[in-house]
Design a protein around this ligand. Structure first.
Ligand code: PRT
Ligand code: ZN
Length: 303
């Protein structure tokens, strides 16, 4: 048995890979903390040792995460679906990591965008055109399933300037706010895929001990995630203002309404809201007569 294989089989600590530094890093580590994991950093800051669970965190480039899972260097990874699916399609002969759970952050879409005031107005117009992208496998697959014969031009960065440089007629890149496209006089033609951060699982079979750790950590991640962005709004208000308050709130959750001993016309209200609850809502609630407004983050929820 190779030393590597032996190490792996003797391993009793779960390893999860997350992006070292980038858009997903902070939210990924925050999620693990909220799942109850406390960790200590190693000197080289590439490894976080879980202190209260047998779980270690590898800090790596996001593009390395699918490979680490395929090579069985770690069991779980938090990575954009775009990266996971691109690598799966690029190497269909390799065992593919499995998407276990979507995480609701890192949301974006892979979209084909074309120059404003250009000649490409529909998907059919892409035939015979060059499309620049860092996602050749996802784009190639999309073009094939739609029978569009376009040339895929691989670029590893600054894809959005390719049309102006004359390198391509269109681009296929990640979009979130759309500001980058607008700044480059481009607009979206069609969405190729929707993406967000996901938990991915190694395609290899695991020991019973590790499998139990995977279940436990994923269960906790799901629990932490269900309270993600959930806020508890507390306020006091005249009872007569309740219908208007209900109409104004960005929430369909029922209000808990409590009577106040010393003020029969007033009530105390509690309601769960999403993070769509903003300052303007609070100001409007105040105008309706609410006072003592408080918005608290919800850490954990158990139905
Ligand atoms: O160093 P490393 O390789 O780890 O990081 P990276 O630079 O490859 O990745 P990073 O941190 O930029 O992105 C990590 C993941 O975040 C991506 O794989 C996506 O899953 C997700 N994500 C979410 C995004 C965006 N939103 C996003 N807007 N990744 C990139 N962008 C870029 C996009 O490429 C374009 O350049 O942002 C620009 C567009 O943004 P808007 O808001 O102007 O539309
Ligand atoms: Zn990357």
């Amino acid at each position: 048995m190779s030393e590597d294989r032996e190490n792996r089989e003797n391993r009793d600590r779960l390893r999860i890979a997350v992006q070292k530094s980038g858009r997903l890093s902070e939210r990924s580590l925050d999620l693990l903390r909220r799942a109850g994991l406390a960790f200590r950093s190693s000197g080289d800051r590439l490894f976080l040792h879980g202190e209260n669970m047998p779980v270690d965190v590898l800090l790596v480039r996001d593009d390395d995460i699918p490979g680490l899972l395929v090579e069985d260097n770690c069991e779980l990874g938090i990575v954009g679906r775009n990266v996971l699916d691109e690598q799966r399609l690029a190497a269909p002969e390799r065992p593919a990591p499995k998407e276990l759970q979507a995480l609701g952050f890192g949301g974006c879409r892979l979209a084909i965008a074309v120059p404003d005031n250009g000649t490409i107005a529909s998907i059919d117009d892409l035939s015979g055109k060059r499309i620049a992208t860092s996602y050749p496998a996802l784009l190639g697959d999309w073009l094939r399933t739609r029978n569009v014969e376009a040339e895929v031009v691989l670029l590893n960065g600054s894809v959005e300037i390719a049309p102006r440089l004359g390198k391509a007629h269109a681009i296929c890149d990640l979009v979130s706010s759309g500001a980058t496209l607008a700044a480059n006089q481009l607009h979206e033609l069609v969405t190729v895929m929707k993406s967000e951060a996901v938990v991915a699982l190694s395609p290899h079979a695991q020991s019973a001990a590790i499998a139990a750790q995977i279940d436990r950590l994923c269960g906790r991640i799901a629990g932490a995630q269900s309270s993600d962005g959930v806020r508890l709004l507390m306020l006091q208000a005249p009872r007569s203002a309740l219908p208007a308050i209900t109409r104004l709130l960005p929430s369909r959750n029922p209000l808990s309404v409590l009577s106040l001993d010393d003020r029969p016309d007033d009530v105390a209200v509690q309601v769960l809201c999403s993070d769509a609850l903003n300052w303007q809502h609070l100001e409007e609630l105040k105008r309706l007569g609410a006072h003592g407004l408080m918005v608290l983050n919800v850490e954990r929820m158990l139905a």
